[in-house]
Design a protein. Sequence first.
Length: 130
Amino acid sequence: MSGSELELIAMVTIPVAVVEGLVPCKKRAAVALASVAITALLQGTPLTRKLVEKISGIMRLCSTLFDSAFGSHAATYKKHLWFDHGCDDLMAAGNPAEYSTSMFESEYRLLKRGLRLGNTRAPAKTAFIL
């Protein structure tokens, strides 16, 4: 399943789950709905400075709500990067949806071709002579 398919499923199922009362905690429901809305905005809306400032404020609020609803012990590294640093990254670097991994994928494919299969410790001496 592709990322866009997962996004579409989340955009449909999360709001339905909240409306049907399947997410009984209002704080958790708010974080889930805000995450879906932020993702949709980043995927399909040209960002202006004013919009980024609003999104950043919502992301900071979601971080606080997340810690309040789940406890700070439940926070993962992804939550920390998304809610706590994502708002600053939006201002500094722009929309993460506009980044491309094609250069990385191409380099990674070359690297994999140069490594011996089964060698999990280090590249073979001739690995980088392609």
